[in-house]
Ligand binder design. Structure first.
Ligand SMILES: C[S@@+](CC[C@H](N)C(=O)[O-])C[C@H]1O[C@@H](n2cnc3c(N)ncnc32)[C@H](O)[C@@H]1O
Length: 162
């Protein structure tokens, strides 16, 4: 598969999983958490999927499209290793959907980042809350969920907090 096809399939998987996640949590009360703003594509999509919900965003350094910069009081600016623990009093067990897309093309670094972030993210999810994630997760508190049709296993991941 060409790198172009692989990239397109990743974005299709991302969109399909975000849509599935949104449907799964529609009856839960709480907030949404975007982990990795980047240029704001998925943040913008989350705004469409969750009108009226507060969406908190973690980002080390904002470089998003100007239309996709979160309000200052929803932006957790800095390294997630520090901002997620600091946000725990605010967000603990309140997040209905978290989306983790903070990686790069470096697979080993992505695994290390996911292992570091996993114990910081899980306590923020409410019971039944969904984690939509690029990297695989292994916390026993996370139940792997089936992927939407057309998403190849391992391309993106869906979990529900038990
Ligand atoms: C792949 S981009 C996100 C793309 C985004 N989902 C989109 O659709 O535009 C990953 C982002 O995560 C951020 N990031 C990576 N590690 C981080 C960390 N430890 N703390 C805060 N932000 C981090 C990077 O700065 C980068 O902007």
């Amino acid at each position: 598969m060409s790198r172009l096809d692989s990239f397109i399939r990743r974005l299709e998987a991302q969109r399909a999983c975000l849509g599935r996640g949104a449907a799964l949590v529609q009856d839960l009360e709480g907030v949404v958490l975007e982990l990795g703003l980047g240029n704001g594509r998925t943040y913008d999509h989350l705004r469409e999927l969750f009108p009226g919900r507060d969406i908190y965003v973690c980002e080390r350094q904002v470089a998003a499209h100007p239309d996709c910069v979160p309000p200052a009081d929803r932006l957790l600016l800095g390294d997630m290793a520090e901002t997620l623990p600091a946000a725990r009093p605010l967000l603990e067990a309140r997040v209905v959907l978290a989306h983790l897309d903070a990686g790069t093309g470096d697979a080993a670094a992505n695994r290390r980042l996911a292992a570091m972030l996993e114990p910081l993210i899980v306590p923020l999810l409410c019971r039944g809350g969904v984690l939509v994630s690029d990297p695989a997760m292994a916390d026993p508190a996370l139940e792997p969920l089936p992927l939407p049709d057309g998403v190849a296993p391992g391309r993106y991941h869906l979990y529900r907090r038990r």
